[in-house]
Design a protein. Structure first.
Length: 215
């Protein structure tokens, strides 16, 4: 079997592997994230949710694995889909913007928080674990879900721990479906509005992945 095409991304010196329409950076966690997204977020559930034509908000988009999955499933359904992909880290965002499917997305270099304002990047152990902390002197735009979820929404929330305060602030009524990466102990059940919550997976590093649907 022929391996993925490899080359250097023009102007960035980054070694890139092409997997069809999805690109990953060599030496980063992009392929690991891609595999986890496709394993955790079942295409069947996603197809059912996308069938009601919600706005898709990909919060913590990284280099676009979930957005790519949503585009692929919508394509198989034969329906258009509006995807807003947010990623605060400049390196991740730059690479996301150069993905072959990026023209089909609305991209915004921003983070999601419990309140709107500014924040600072807190470096993680790898490209998938950077986080943002609120800071008035920060250079990262922080937006609330109320600002983003302006109509019926399918939300993917993977924001490296900030999801606790965001959910405590309350999910907007427009959020009807959610894939949630939970970086805290226990279950998010008590913090969520009435709905159906399903545990999808447990990460060896301690986080859990959930699917939630408003009842």
């Amino acid at each position: 079997m022929t391996g993925p095409a490899q080359r250097r991304l023009a102007g960035a010196g980054t070694v890139v592997a092409d997997y069809g329409q999805f690109r990953v950076r060599k030496g980063e966690t992009d392929l690991y994230v891609f595999a986890n997204v496709f394993a955790d977020y079942s295409a069947g559930r996603l197809a059912r949710w996308l069938g009601s034509s919600p706005l898709v908000v990909d919060a913590g988009a990284n280099v676009g694995a979930f957005s790519f999955l949503a585009l692929s499933v919508a394509g198989r359904l034969g329906q258009p889909v509006e995807i807003l992909a947010l990623e605060p880290h400049p390196d991740n965002f730059q690479f996301l913007a150069q993905q072959p499917f990026a023209p089909s997305l609305t991209l915004r270099q921003a983070a999601v928080g419990a309140v709107a304002g500014a924040g600072l990047i807190v470096p993680g152990n790898n490209a998938a674990t950077h986080s943002v902390t609120m800071a008035s002197s920060g250079n990262v735009e922080v937006l609330t879900l109320d600002q983003l979820c302006t109509r019926r929404t399918l939300l993917k929330l993977d924001i490296e721990g900030a999801e606790l305060e965001v959910i405590k602030a309350g999910l907007p009524k427009n959020v009807e479906f959610m894939f949630l990466e939970w970086h805290h102990t226990g279950s998010p059940r008590e913090l969520l509005p009435s709905g159906f919550l399903t545990l999808l997976s447990k990460d060896p590093y301690g986080s859990t992945s959930w699917a939630w649907e408003r009842s």
